[in-house]
Ligand binder design. Structure first.
Ligand SMILES: Nc1nc2c(ncn2[C@@H]2O[C@H](COP(=O)(O)OP(=O)(O)O)[C@@H](O)[C@H]2O)c(=O)[nH]1
Ligand SMILES: [Mg+2]
Length: 194
């Protein structure tokens, strides 16, 4: 199992020339603004607020790098889909993602975080296409699972799988950063590849 300590924030990169490039593998986390991406990273690492929770959505289009166990990079990609960002910011996001995924040979594993309560959005599908296109193994975490009624669970999993057109081999994990649901499963999925 991946060693989680020490876990340190190292860098926030807003442009290609600031990307971290060394021989360590990247585990990449993506999701729309406010889906709980920072909370999921904190939950996995067993930390309260290493990745900043509730940082005002859509304000920073930066890629944040956390070094885990001195051996693996956890990469928190900037959130997408926040309504109140300018067209210029949206374009900056797109250009940054294009640059990032152009170096996809560095990506060892992807984690796409979606809102377990709803069908994935068009932007979730676009993000998913970037992961699928890069050829890396990945898992989808359906976060905020604690907010679902029992009767919603099976149908929502089916809806997410169908909307993202997930292959049968792609793990779709119910997750709650708040209740730590799915934490062991996601850590095991990541650990299998790093
Ligand atoms: N109920 C519930 N709330 C969550 C969960 N994960 C995150 N949140 C809340 O969702 C909001 C956004 O979380 P944050 O991690 O900042 O999202 P990010 O913008 O995707 O990084 C915060 O108020 C979190 O407390 C979860 O699993 N369950
Ligand atoms: Mg965040």
């Amino acid at each position: 199992m991946l060693r989680l300590e020490p876990a340190v924030f190292v860098k926030s990169a807003g442009r290609k020339r600031d990307f971290i490039r060394d021989d360590r593998p990247l585990v990449v986390f993506a999701g729309k603004s406010n889906v709980g991406k920072s909370s999921v990273v904190n939950c996995l690492l067993g930390r309260k607020n290493l990745a900043r929770v509730g940082a005002s959505p859509g304000k920073t289009t930066n890629i944040n790098y956390f070094l885990v166990g001195d051996r693996v990079w956890f990469v928190d990609l900037p959130g997408y889909g926040y309504a109140r960002v300018s067209q210029a910011e949206r374009e900056r996001w797109g250009a940054l993602m294009e640059d990032f995924f152009a170096e996809s040979e560095r990506i060892r594993f992807g984690v796409q975080i979606v809102d377990g309560r709803h069908a994935p959005t068009a932007l979730d599908r676009d993000m998913h296409a970037l992961f699928a296109g890069c050829g890396c193994p990945f898992a989808v975490a359906a976060n905020k699972w604690d907010k679902l009624k029992k009767s919603e669970m099976e149908p929502n999993l089916a809806l997410i799988r169908e909307t993202l057109d997930l292959g049968e081999d792609v793990p779709l994990l119910p997750f709650s950063a708040e209740k730590r649901t799915g934490r062991q499963e996601l850590l095991a999925a990541i650990s299998a590849w790093v």
